[in-house]
Design a protein around this ligand. Structure first.
Ligand code: ATP
Ligand code: MG
Length: 426
């Protein structure tokens, strides 16, 4: 019997890898522009780290973690998210001594034992960013703006939802009001909400059950219970986003699944992936560094799900048919193949993603191959072209073609053709 990959664990095959590289490359570029530095942290940590940061009564800790005892009986967990491990490293290496405000990002796999579906895996990947050392509201807007810019540069359409969860001064009052409201509806809620009513009441608000949502229409809003400090903080976040012309919607039901958030929370939402609507999410966690045994430093961060970004890019490609290579060379017969061989190499050296059929088959079958390679252009060199010392350059998008002379000076020729093709694609 063949051995297959585990359920929810996915191979990323070559035809998909380009999207991953594009996302990671764009993200790194943008994160660096905003002054973030990369940190790499282990995949395996002590279970206690996640239980203490994410919260015992959260879905992640209650039922989604890959936790096991190692050979010495120590309880270890495959990281389900990035923040806890980055903060652990930040504290362990005393990074705050280096810079008053630290901006860190990390990229890599996360593990959650969930029910696999489109956009929901057991091993998935996140791009996650943390800023430690400031509680200024403009920083919240800056972090949201960075996530927004990344999504925009990738050409993906999402909407931004924001909320404030208050702080340890005002949230307990809201929690009491909410618990009272839920108490009056006891017996009318789904099993999860009945349970959370006692363990983690705020979480009921983002229950997906339509019947529960009907009940919650009349629920008290956290935004009516913010203390003056939180109100002002949230006011500046909103004002700063408006200043940057970033459109947002306020969703007072967005509570996030992790316990450590306070004040600003946000989500980037798509309607193109069914139930897996969150492409990225984050928020402020001012007490977390201290809670993990570090100094009293505020923080804010977010994480984006790379699988969901890839799915959106793939959907876009299907709709817009974005070329996945620049040029395909169709050289017919041995002589043309020989001539095309250094041209192919030259074009690759000067920056094109170029390919060729090394068998020198018929024009028809080579054009089919160019189609499969999803090339933007095809360069055709047949017998007739050879004798006329020309090649035909066909734009595969609009089917226009032109004759260009074959190279005398290979390098110069390749540079010129590369420039032409690159400009034509922009
Ligand atoms: P969801 O509501 O979809 O379960 P979440 O609130 O659990 O998301 P976070 O913990 O905030 O998600 O993680 C940030 C991002 O990571 C999500 O917005 C999503 O894009 C991605 N993500 C989370 N869980 C998964 C998963 N199991 N598979 C793929 N991507 C995921
Ligand atoms: Mg989840």
């Amino acid at each position: 019997m063949n051995i297959k990959a585990l359920k929810g664990f996915k191979d990323i095959l070559p035809d998909e890898v380009g999207f991953w590289q594009l996302i990671e490359g764009t993200a790194r570029d943008i994160f660096h522009r905003f002054g973030f530095a990369e940190i790499k942290v282990p995949i395996l940590e002590k279970t206690e780290l996640f239980a203490r940061s994410i919260g015992e009564a959260t879905d992640i800790v209650e039922k989604e973690m890959y936790t096991f005892a190692d050979r010495n009986g120590k309880s270890l967990t495959m990281r389900p998210e990035g923040t806890a491990a980055v903060l652990r490293a930040f504290i362990e290496h005393n990074l705050q001594a280096k810079q008053p405000v630290q901006k860190l990002y990390t990229v890599g796999p996360m593990f959650r034992h969930e029910r696999p579906q489109k956009g929901r895996l057991r091993q998935f990947h996140q791009l996650s960013c943390e800023v430690l050392g400031s509680d200024r509201p403009r920083l919240d807007a800056e972090v949201i703006a960075m996530a927004w810019l990344l999504i925009n540069e990738l050409g993906i359409k999402v909407s931004l939802e924001i909320n404030s969860l208050g702080c340890p001064d005002c949230r307990p009052l809201f929690k009491d009001t909410l618990v009272e409201f839920l108490h009056q509806r006891a017996g009318k809620l789904c099993d999860d909400c009945e349970r959370r009513r006692h363990t983690n009441p705020l979480r009921v608000l983002d229950c997906k059950n339509a019947h529960c949502q009907e009940q919650y229409v009349a629920a008290p809003s956290i935004l009516d219970h913010l203390c003056s400090g939180c109100e002002e903080h949230f006011g500046t976040v909103k004002e700063s986003l408006t200043q940057l012309e970033i459109p947002y919607q306020i969703n007072s039901f967005m509570v996030r699944g992790l316990d450590y958030y306070n004040r600003t929370t946000f989500e980037l939402i798509t309607d193109a992936l069914g139930a897996q609507s969150a492409v990225g999410a984050g928020g402020r966690y001012d007490g977390l560094v201290e809670q993990l045994g570090g100094p009293k430093l505020p923080g804010i961060g977010f994480a984006m799900g790379m699988e969901r970004l890839v799915l959106l890019l793939q959907q876009q490609e299907e709709q817009g048919n974005t070329p996945s290579s620049d040029l395909f060379i169709a050289a017919l017969g041995e002589e043309a193949q020989k001539l095309a061989f250094p041209i192919l190499h030259g074009l690759r050296k000067t920056g094109l993603r170029a390919g060729m059929d090394v068998e020198g088959r018929s024009l028809k079958s080579q054009m089919k191959q160019a189609g499969r390679a999803n090339a933007a252009f095809t360069l055709i060199i047949g017998e007739e072209e050879l004798s006329n010392k020309v090649a035909i350059l066909r734009n595969m998008g609009n089917r226009e073609q032109e004759e260009i002379s074959l190279p005398v000076d290979l390098l110069q020729w390749c540079t010129e053709l590369t420039a032409k093709i690159t400009t034509n694609q922009c």
